[in-house]
Design a protein around this ligand. Sequence first.
Ligand SMILES: Cc1cc2nc3c(=O)[nH]c(=O)nc-3n(C[C@H](O)[C@H](O)[C@H](O)COP(=O)(O)OP(=O)(O)OC[C@H]3O[C@@H](n4cnc5c(N)ncnc54)[C@H](O)[C@@H]3O)c2cc1C
Length: 366
Amino acid sequence: MKYFDTIVVGGGMIGASIAYGLSRSGQKVAMFDEGDNAIRAARGNFGLIWVQGKGANSPAYAAWTRQSAKQWPNFNKELSELTGIDLAFEQNGGFDFCLNEVEFKQRQALMEKIHSDSQGDFNFEMLSHDNLKQLLPNIGPTVAGASFSKLDGHVNPLYLLKALHKAFKQLGGELITKPVTDINYKNKVFQVNAEMDEFTSAKVVLAAGFFNKTLAPKVGLSVPVYPQRGEILVTEKVKPLLDHPTGLVRQTREGGLMLGDSHEDVGFDEGTNIREIQQIAKQTITIFPNLKNVKMVRAWGSLRILTKDGLPIYDHSDSCPGAYAFSSHSGVTLAATHALDVASYIAKDGLLPSSLACFSARRFDV
Ligand SMILES: Cc1cc2nc3c(=O)[nH]c(=O)nc-3n(C[C@H](O)[C@H](O)[C@H](O)COP(=O)(O)OP(=O)(O)OC[C@H]3O[C@@H](n4cnc5c(N)ncnc54)[C@H](O)[C@@H]3O)c2cc1C
């Protein structure tokens, strides 16, 4: 029976970030992941490192998001130097469009609240149509304006995932492509079953996306998450026309445009819906009429892993010390802090900081 310091269940965006960070801290780590048919938000996302607008009702979440975004430049450097993979990371600020005056006023109020809660740590600009047009000359006549935050950026999420897996293995981590089916805690040791094999460890991190909901009760935790589908469209490659990512459109390093962002309640259906595709395309053309004749080449649906209040879950178990469960619908944005901070808390003394206590799933018990 193989023994590890920590077993990470799930090799998606959160699991891979934490597993890499644990290996970086010198731990002997195994990361379990499912096969090709797994439901994986990590393989279907938009690739934004996004701060603006997040945490309006939770200053702690807004601060956590900023902490990660600020670490991204060094994190990117470290990962790309270690693996030789260029993550196509850019962080020169992002725009979020307001399609009418009501949206503009609402956005301004939201951003002002986040700015004031942050005591000046979060800064933004509101750009009227005319000001925005000077920066993005191709915006359509009906766009009311946009908010802008310097901390926003983007990355190729598939290269990020690939780099995390590669770096993890380079540092001695073991990737085991078998689904974990059971976990037992006895005499301060976790027994983890994957298919017919059994593994043991001192600590277990649950980062299995939706499957956290099933595994968490086995270690005295609860992860109430539900799916929400988002669809993304990709266009043919076009010449560079957008220097900054935006909440709805971004241009990849290769030239293709990625368009989003829908929110659909369709259970675990990862398909696409022609009406949503039309809606996303229509919205894009309202913002950038010059894209009218650009051809769409691909579309996919992927499931966000959401909690009722939209905030992440960072939890540790009282009944099975050494067990953790993590869930967040901003796994790309938070990858830096997951790898650099959360992993070192676990590796050091196993304690999560008090600043994360408000993200325990116990908040749903009341
Ligand atoms: C349409 C869309 C757009 C998004 N855009 C962004 C964005 O722009 N920026 C951003 O920050 N975030 C974005 N996200 C969210 C981001 O993708 C998720 O936050 C992130 O992928 C969640 O990571 P995770 O590790 O919890 O889940 P996943 O990435 O889904 O990984 C879970 C992993 O667990 C594995 N697993 C499941 N069960 C088991 C088991 N029993 N044993 C072993 N392994 C198991 C699966 O194989 C999978 O690899 C987006 C998501 C969607 C759907």
